[in-house]
Design a protein around this ligand. Structure first.
Ligand code: ADP
Ligand code: ZN
Ligand code: ZN
Length: 803
């Protein structure tokens, strides 16, 4: 194979195809599909991904430019991941190179100009070594590579090539190494040496004796344990009793934590049935998607872990996805305790270097299991036996930048490829998934009972309109305040929850709770202060802001929003003796802050934990007996067709935080719309009733799971040009789709101006449209030049998650 197809690292339509390069003689047999290479492109050198090797190309071979050098000794993508990259690009309409970049840890996104210069300096030397290593073989397993004598050098040089960049980003991003002393002589030789060593060589004796038991030890440790100097090691080296090698060491965020091993628990009947169903597909190597529907505390995680056991026993690997936000130390701990050093952990709390090291453990098959957030779905395992997505309804599984993929879809792609089960777990499944389970597309397994037999906590709904009538203008209802005070006196803890989107600008009547909505969309209208207008961001409907409530004529109508800071101020005014920990983006932006605040709360250093979304999940504090939701409405009235679903999920999750242990818990939900079905059903912990009701809504208004959605957003510095492009796009789409498809807009986006650019959007609703992707691609190609110039940005999101 002398020609390589390479995807170069410029994300534009013109360059979004493979370019052919000649493989220079010294790299023939070394370059593999899935390796990153450096190639000449125009007047520059660029990074590229080799996707295929070929014998020939349309061009005369001598006209092909040669690959300049390598970034990798071992491919970063195998054949499956290369296919996955192509599939991602096709199904999410992104550039190939963006798909590939998204599949690698951030530390590997090389700023290659400097790297290329470095590689250039070392290249003749590296090429020679690489060639010697690979000789006539195509693929060499990593273990073997690592064992080859000159590889430490090679690895270091190559590593310097790309790690130098990371060094600039973050000191810790460099590959770390450590010197180890290793015994090279046999047991007999060492015993013999011990006898024959001179009486005065006490240090040498001590060292050898230590190495008789340990075989190899880090240099530092050996020196300190035997209280000797490097000269002693050198003396032993001279006698050919030991060698010193340099080993790479991983930056392990959990290195100084110990985990007590836990054993699988005897399962309940329900758990056993669930495990049996999943186990059968593991046994038979077939792909199936399971929806594991079970309330919080019903033992889903235990079933995941025992299914993983089955997979590991077959010598296969497992991927477990958890929402970023619930990757709390508690969740990580459970997997570390069960699976020990078999687990890699990937989440945004790790440094670039730590993430890179965890990724390499996976690539080198030193772990069999990864627990991680969304992007861990790209873990470079080669023999996957199960993929688990916990809290599958979480919207953070959807990436909001290119490639706009949903981890669930990627999981199913990989599950098909590896012929293994995909398990989606949730107490409040997404409507999409529950509907598929109802249809039999997914297999449903259900866990109905909570493990500790604790009933779900009782929920009080407080009508805040009543509070106002009673003259209470505070953010706290009388009931919640009374209960908070009671907890303080008893020394029990409370959690107060406020939605992150608390600044949202819907308009509500403080007297009757009426929220002004779009007559066509069943979505609340958004208040635009400057124009004094209320607008629908889905269909473009607008009306003047009214001074009276259209329902009850009250003048107490205003736009709504409360922030955590405001709540904290009021709380300290009303309950000066309470110790409060506030958790929101402001207080948790520093590395480790999230963990620290939770630990402090767990240690009882505060009475009240006040926070946003990030406190809704995974927390398990025995002393928490009260959960208060301050304004359940703020999440209900965002302009998002999933608002009711998200409200239901959040309320259910938040209420699950109370009374998880021996102390009984209570929940208070404050709302201006106590009659709303998502609040009502959540207070009764009644998922299925909510599902039925919400499905009716979605059907009536033509939303998923009955229809697919695609969102096209156009942003332009010039408002008029922007809208005109958006109109042309809408017309183009209409022309190419069937009469069944609905094209809404263009209208201004919910955030109508961002970074001084005006944003417009079109929404397409459809059931089945064979021409859709082609029509959308044509748009992207048509506006290519303008987009490269930066005048206009067009983004297309198939299956958007709003807000
Ligand atoms: P979920 O993931 O559905 O929220 P978990 O797996 O976390 O539920 O289980 C809740 C609690 O019950 C945990 O403390 C867990 O250790 C315990 N548990 C789970 N399964 C069993 C079992 N079969 N026997 C006893 N305790 C169990
Ligand atoms: Zn009113
Ligand atoms: Zn509307």
């Amino acid at each position: 194979m002398t020609v390589a197809s390479v995807i170069v690292d410029i994300p534009t339509s013109q360059t979004d195809r493979p370019f052919d390069y000649a493989i220079p003689p010294e790299l023939v047999g070394v370059v593999q599909p899935g390796m990153r290479v450096v190639v000449p492109f125009g007047t520059r050198f660029l990074q590229g991904f080799v996707i295929e090797l070929k014998e020939t190309t349309d061009m005369p071979l001598e006209q092909l430019k040669p690959i300049h050098s390598l970034f990798d000794v071992v491919p970063v993508f195998n054949e499956e991941l290369l296919r996955l990259g192509k599939w991602l690009a096709e199904t999410t309409l992104c550039f190939m190179v963006s798909a590939f970049q998204a599949m690698l840890p951030a530390a590997m996104k090389a700023k290659y100009e400097k790297d290329i210069r470095l590689i250039e300096q070392h290249m003749p030397f590296i090429h020679e070594k690489v060639r010697a290593l690979f000789r006539d073989r195509l693929v060499i397993p990593w273990r073997e590579v690592a064992q080859t004598p000159y590889v430490p050098l090679l690895q270091k040089e190559i590593a310097r090539g790309h790690m130098e960049v990371v060094y600039r980003v973050e000191e810790k991003g460099k590959i770390k190494t450590e010197k180890w002393v290793e015994r090279c002589a046999s047991d007999d030789d060492v015993t013999h040496a011990l006898v024959s060593l001179s009486q005065r060589a006490i240090k040498q004796k001590q060292m050898l004796e230590r190495l008789l038991t340990a075989r190899s030890l880090p240099l530092k440790q050996l020196l300190s344990e035997t209280n000797s100097t490097f000269a002693t090691v050198q003396a032993l080296m001279k006698k050919q009793l030991v060698t010193v090698t340099e080993k790479e060491i991983y930056r392990d965020p959990y290195a100084n934590r110990s985990f007590t091993k836990t054993k699988p628990l005897p399962l309940t009947d329900e758990q056993r049935q669930a495990l049996q169903a999943i186990g059968q597909t593991i046994d038979e190597d077939v792909h199936d998607v399971f929806l594991m529907y079970g309330v919080t505390g019903s033992g889903k995680t235990e079933v995941y872990m025992q299914a993983i056991d089955l997979v590991l026993k077959k010598g296969k690997e497992a991927i477990v996805l958890v929402p970023e936000i619930s990757l709390t130390p508690q969740m990580v701990k459970r997997f570390k305790e069960r699976f020990g050093s078999k687990v890699a952990v990937l989440h945004s709390g790790l440094s670039l270097g730590e993430k890179y090291d965890e990724w390499r453990k996976i690539q080198r098959k030193e772990v069999q299991l990864v627990v991680g957030a969304r992007s861990a779905i790209f873990a470079p395992f080669e023999n996957i036996g199960i993929i688990i997505i916990d809290e599958e309804h979480e919207t953070s599984y959807k990436q909001e930048e290119a490639p706009r993929y949903h981890a669930r879809d990627v999981a199913i792609f990989r599950g098909r490829y590896h012929r293994c089960p995909v398990v989606l777990g949730s107490a409040t499944p997404s409507l999409e998934s529950f509907a598929r389970a109802q249809k039999g597309v997914y297999k449903q397994v259900t866990l109905t009972k909570r493990m500790n037999d604790h009933a779900m906590p009782p929920v009080d709904i407080v009508d805040m309109r009543e509070e106002l009538r009673a003259g209470n203008r505070s953010m706290f209802s009388r009931l919640l305040f009374e209960k908070l005070t009671g907890r303080l006196q008893k020394g029990e803890q409370s959690v107060l929850f406020l939605n992150r989107r608390g600044y949202s600008s819907f308009v509500m009547c403080r007297d009757c709770g009426h929220v002004i909505q779009c007559p066509h969309c069943d979505i609340s209208l958004t208040y635009h202060r400057v124009q004094q207008q209320l607008k629908c961001h889905y269909c473009g409907y607008e009306q003047r802001m009214s001074s009276h409530c259209p329902a009850c004529q009250s003048e107490h109508i205003r736009f709504f929003g409360t922030g955590t800071q405001k709540v904290e101020e009021e709380l300290t005014k009303l309950l000066p003796e309470a110790r409060v920990i506030r958790m929101d983006v402001d207080t948790t932006s520093r590395k480790g802050a999230h963990e620290r605040l939770l630990r402090e709360f767990g240690e009882g250093k505060a009475d009240i934990l006040l926070g946003t979304q990030m406190i809704a999940k995974g927390l398990d504090f025995p002393n928490v007996t009260l959960v208060g939701v301050l304004a359940a409405d703020t999440m209900l009235h965002v302009p998002d067709f999933r608002a009711a679903e998200k409200t239901f999920q959040l309320l259910t999750q938040v209420s699950g935080r109370a009374g998880r242990h021996h102390l009984p818990g209570e929940v208070v939900i404050q709302t201006y719309t106590p009659e709303h079905y998502s609040i009502q059903f959540a207070s009764k912990h009644h998922y299925e009733a909510f599902y039925e009701r919400e499905m009716m809504n979605r059907k009536k208004h033509g939303y998923p799971p009955f229809y697919y959605l695609t969102l096209i957003t156009v942003s332009h510095v010039d408002a008029l040009k922007g809208i005109s492009i958006a109109e042309k796009i809408a017309a183009h789409v209409k022309k190419h789709l069937s009469a069944e498809a609905v094209v809404l807009g263009p209208v201004a986006s919910p955030i109508a101006r961002m970074n001084d650019r005006y944003r417009y959007q079109c929404m397409i609703k459809y059931k089945r449209e064979a021409n859709l992707t082609t029509a959308l691609r044509t748009i992207m190609e048509h506006y290519q030049r303008e987009m490269t110039r930066g005048d206009v940005t067009i983004t297309i999101d198939l299956n958007p998650y709003m807000m």
